[in-house]
Write a protein that binds this ligand. Structure first.
Ligand code: HEM
Length: 170
């Protein structure tokens, strides 16, 4: 990761282009490039979050990369791994104002979901687990391509609760 002066802000980025988002308030130099005043600049968040020097083997789904053991043997967030939030919500004056709500909503949704459901690979007709493949669409934002999986409630109690909530919604 490198630092680039963009207008009056300092932005951590690996690639700049003149297409979208931040508008330079003065002429600026990034490496050998002149970025004239008024240029629109977008940070390549995908490249930042796939920087192999910060996140080795970045395309592998490996949430453990963010964890370490404390001297007491407890699991904790590894302070040596750059925080994903540094880049995911943008930068400077135009940083996403919904980031706190988004982050808390994602945390609550995932924690509730994982508490109530077990997610496993789907099985074929012979009972062999089907590998989801891990392919992604390409675009301005990337989503996984559709894949099969098996979602089951972890306990009968959860199942009753979920069925009751679904009935109440009808
Ligand atoms: C995971 C969820 C979200 C992600 C990853 C995300 C990411 C981003 C990013 C990258 C930007 C551009 C920042 C920049 O120009 O540097 C942005 C802008 C913005 N986001 Fe979000 N966002 C999320 C959720 C939300 C939510 C929940 C809200 C509102 C409740 C929201 C409202 C906005 C607004 C209004 C802007 C434009 C800010 C401006 O141009 O001044 N976002 N977001």
């Amino acid at each position: 990761m490198r630092s680039a002066k963009v207008g009056s802000q300092t932005t951590r980025t690996t690639m700049l282009c003149h297409t979208y988002t931040h508008s330079c308030t003065t002429d600026d130099i990034y490496e050998e490039y002149l970025i004239p005043e008024g240029s629109i600049v977008v940070a390549n968040i995908h490249a930042i979050l796939h920087d192999p020097t910060a996140y080795p083997d970045p395309s592998t789904f490996n949430p453990e990369r963010l964890l370490c053991r404390t001297p007491d043997g407890e699991l904790a967030l590894d302070p040596n791994v750059p925080d994903l939030l540094h880049a995911a919500f943008g930068f400077g004056r135009r940083i996403c104002p919904g980031r706190f709500m988004a982050y808390q909503s994602i945390w609550l949704t995932l924690a509730s979901f994982l508490c109530a459901f077990r997610i496993e690979r789907a099985k074929d007709e012979r009972g062999v687990p089907i590998d989801p493949g891990g392919e992604y669409d390409w675009g301005f934002t990337n989503c996984p391509k559709p894949f099969q999986c098996m979602i089951r409630s972890r306990t009968e109690e959860y199942e009753t609760l979920i069925m009751r909530a679904a009935r109440d919604e009808e």
